[in-house]
Design a binder for this molecule. Structure first.
Ligand code: FES
Length: 103
């Protein structure tokens, strides 16, 4: 996977999955690309480092999501799914479940 520019996201599409991938100072992060508000593309969002963690801001209406937990910082109870990311000598890998709806 080609690396996104620092502070920028990259969309990774694999089957039914649309994953927003970010690289920050503390490593790689992957979460669902589709904002639960009105399907904004989080991979096109901007990152903000805050006291509450690093947040990605949806480019459509500004909802913010924690890169590590996927929790929405704007609307309580909303979230996006996050995925483990592994990096080794051969590359960077997002670990996907068998099905998009698996929890
Ligand atoms: S679509 Fe993401 S905040 Fe509205």
């Amino acid at each position: 996977m080609p690396e996104p520019a620092a502070g920028a996201g990259r969309l990774l599409e694999c089957g039914e999955f649309r994953i927003a991938v970010f690289r920050t100072a503390d490593g790689w992060h992957a979460l669902d690309d589709t904002c639960p508000h009105r399907t904004g593309p989080l991979s096109e969002g901007t990152l903000d480092v805050t006291a509450r963690g690093t947040l990605v801001t949806c480019p459509f209406h500004g909802w913010q999501f924690d890169l590590v937990t996927g929790a929405c910082a704007t609307v309580r109870g909303k979230r996006v799914r996050t995925y483990p990311v592994r990096e080794d000598a051969t590359g960077v890998y997002v670990v996907l479940p068998d099905e998009p709806d698996d929890a």
